[in-house]
Write a protein that binds this ligand. Structure first.
Ligand SMILES: Nc1ncnc2[nH]cnc12
Ligand SMILES: [Zn+2]
Length: 322
């Protein structure tokens, strides 16, 4: 039912979108043993900590500008062929530093991949700079300062990801102030690994337009009402949440409850092959297991475009495609 529907996503970590076959090809090229993190053609991990280890090992298979161009082009072409018209990729300047090419070459490569995918398929892409929470507040400030320099026109937003159980949201207000003052769109991972308090902290200290996940707000009815009243958009990633055991199964996932409470929700894939999902599968699960109608799903896509970190002419152009 959802196969031919137009799709949009606001939340995908680009290295987390590496198809295992591409990771294996990169590993072969650089002579890397992948047996610790790829088994039988699938990513291997047991919990959030080992997921991050597998994620980082995969990311480190991309070592020059062209590698990052290939990664972005591969992923964006795949989702465009499945109906995606818009994608926001979460990108980490720390990753450019980790592989020794620096943030500028890293971003240039990803942007080149986005341009190639757009030329082939028409998909529109923006890049959101992410600070990594478990690297600590100082490194996150550095990521925000990098984003605030607006090193590439496709960079339109700032996010905070990583281990949510480390530090408190209030430790990152300075980083978000820097990003907000630079005119970037603001979103933050909260209410995924930690509970409703983390979402409330994000609203109180950061005032984000959107929240990455936010689903554990469901633990607090007053907070759900606040999200609805304030029109904060949740980037919901059901497949990721079930894979990481935030909720035991799709039947008990709160997407429908949040939607019925009037919260603005969108469908996203997070780190698709790590969580045995794809943007197309998220749409299909919403239809077949969660029972959303075609009109409701189209409404979530529309919400995604309304909340996208793009200029107004681009937003209107994307909305006209729905
Ligand atoms: N699901 C997730 N939560 C927090 N940080 C992440 N980085 C990549 N995927 C993530
Ligand atoms: Zn995420």
């Amino acid at each position: 039912m959802t196969k031919t529907m137009p799709k949009a996503e606001l939340h995908c970590h680009i290295e987390g979108a590496t198809p295992p076959a591409l990771a294996l090809a990169q590993a072969e090229r650089y002579g890397v043993d992948t047996s610790a993190f790829i088994r039988n053609g699938e990513y291997a991990w047991q919990d959030f900590t080992s997921f991050v280890q597998s994620y980082d090992a995969t990311a480190n298979l991309f070592r020059d500008e062209e590698d990052y161009a290939l990664l972005a082009e591969t992923y964006l072409t795949e989702i465009a062929e499945a109906g995606a018209i818009y994608s926001e990729l979460i990108v980490s300047p720390d990753q450019g530093d980790a592989v020794g090419i620096g943030a500028d070459a890293y971003v240039r490569g990803l942007a080149e991949g986005a341009e190639r995918a757009k030329a082939k398929t028409g998909i529109e892409t923006r890049l959101l700079i992410v600070g990594i929470r478990h690297f600590g507040p100082e490194r996150v400030v550095k990521a925000a300062e990098y984003a605030a320099r607006r090193p590439h026109p496709l960079i339109t937003g700032f996010n905070l990801a990583g281990e949510e159980r480390m530090h408190r949201v209030a430790d990152f207000t300075h980083a978000f102030d820097i990003a907000r003052d630079a005119g970037l769109g603001i979103t933050i991972h909260a209410g995924e690994l930690s509970g409703a308090f983390s979402v409330r902290d994000a609203l109180d200290h950061i005032r984000p337009a959107r929240i990455s996940h936010g689903v554990r707000a469901i633990e607090d009815a007053d907070l759900v009402k606040r999200l609805a009243d304030e029109g904060v958009v949740l980037e919901v990633c059901p497949g990721s949440n079930v894979a990481l055991n935030v909720f035991p199964d799709f039947e008990s996932h709160p997407l429908r409850a949040l939607h019925e409470a009037g919260v603005r929700v969108t469908l996203n894939s997070d780190d698709p092959p790590f969580f045995h999902t794809s943007l197309a599968r998220e749409y299909e699960v919403a239809a077949t297991i969660m029972g959303f109608s075609e009109a409701e799903i189209l409404g979530m896509t529309r919400t995604g475009i309304e909340a996208a970190f793009v200029d107004e002419p681009t937003r209107q152009w994307l909305l006209a495609k729905l």
